[in-house]
Design a protein around this ligand. Structure first.
Ligand SMILES: [Zn+2]
Ligand SMILES: [Zn+2]
Ligand SMILES: [Zn+2]
Ligand SMILES: [Zn+2]
Length: 352
């Protein structure tokens, strides 16, 4: 991610709704793809203050009314009740009568906006129902049950919401937006990372399997990730929760969970690929010359390794967890190479 610039010269960040220096309202302008200061118009709406842009804008409904978004829509395209290019993918939003859910929703939307930013950097196709896309994409943010005085009541299994993907529909359990709850799950599951953005990147990996591989090149994928139809997903899941990951998983998988089934392996590998793209994009915008790469996977892996070394040491200085794995096994590199080719091909064939 890059930083942006207010009309007053102050730095603006991707999540900002106000400039802390001049107190202007700010938002994401879809016309010039920037976070910009907003000039209120007398008849309602705003003007983008980017000198090279200046289009008339309205706030996304979820910005104006719900306060969980910071995106604008071009005025000619809609009216005050329009959803932005990220919010329009929502199918179910959290129950806002429950205390804390608005904050959780805001955290989910912030992570989703970052996800879309990376997808758009890669020019990966996506769209909603009714648009020209083979598998329409949508999101639901749902909770298990009513929280009881801030604590999550244990619920019967049928009342549980599982974070996951099915046929283009991504569900995220809103408790993942609770830092304490998510960290507890991370330790329980023995994961090195468990983040909101990580969930989005993993689930979108399943989406791109459906969009780019299912019924199109499953045999090619099989050669890289193994046979996804044998064992069945249900059998693999059962076995994973009984026996855990094989001891040698680091030599073959990007994470322990990836060893569960080829679909999870693909989603974990795809998520790691998006991690690399996002981290290198930020590092380049922040002036880290080590982050430069020529577009090949090898140079990308090398740049990520170099940036990873620096950031891991910074994190250790502050007692935080490592950002990047030390070594990526050759088998994992082969899987990443497949994802890299798939992404490159998708952005040319779909946008031709
Ligand atoms: Zn300002
Ligand atoms: Zn603009
Ligand atoms: Zn929005
Ligand atoms: Zn998954």
């Amino acid at each position: 991610m890059q930083t942006f610039s207010c009309r007053c010269g102050n730095a603006l960040f991707f999540e900002n709704t106000h400039c802390l220096a001049c107190e202007s309202e700010v938002g994401w302008c879809p016309a010039c793809t920037n976070i910009v200061a907003l000039e209120p118009l007398t008849g309602g709406g705003y003007r983008c203050t980017n000198k090279n842009c200046g289009v008339a804008l309205m706030k996304c409904h979820n910005y104006a009314v719900e306060n969980v978004c910071n995106r604008m829509v071009v005025m000619a395209e809609g009216h005050a009740d329009t959803l932005c290019d990220c919010c329009r993918y929502n199918d179910v939003i959290p129950d806002l009568d429950i205390i804390g859910n608005r904050e959780r929703w805001a955290a989910l939307e912030a992570a989703k906006r970052r996800l879309f930013h990376t997808l758009d950097l890669l020019k990966l196709p996506h769209g909603i129902e009714g648009e020209n896309i083979r598998v329409p994409l949508s999101f639901s943010f749902m909770a298990d049950a009513l929280p009881d005085q801030g604590l999550w009541r244990s619920t019967a299994s049928q009342e549980k919401v599982y974070t996951g993907h099915a046929n283009g529909h991504i569900t995220i359990n809103v408790k993942e937006a609770d830092d304490v709850e998510r960290e507890r799950l991370r330790v329980d599951m023995n994961e090195s990372h468990r983040t909101l953005i990580g969930h989005f990147r993993h689930e979108i990996g399943h989406y791109y399997w459906d969009l780019l591989i299912k019924g199109l090149e499953e045999d090619v994928c099989r050669q890289v990730f193994g046979d996804h139809s044998c064992p069945t997903y249900a059998d693999a899941l059962e076995q994973y929760y009984q026996q855990g990951a094989p001891a040698d998983w680091p030599t073959r998988f990007i994470s322990a969970y990836a060893s569960m089934h080829p679909w999870e392996d693909f989603a974990e590998t795809f998520a790691f690929y998006l991690d690399m793209v996002a981290v290198l994009d930020t590092a380049l915008h922040m002036g880290l010359s080590r982050a430069e790469y020529d577009g090949t996977l090898n140079s990308m892996l090398l740049a990520f390794h170099q940036v990873g070394l620096a950031v891991n040491e910074l994190n250790r200085d502050m007692g935080l967890l490592d950002l990047a794995p030390g070594v990526i096994a050759p088998t994992v590199c082969d899987k990443l190479a497949y994802v890299h080719t798939l992404v490159k091909r998708a952005n040319t064939s779909f946008n031709a």
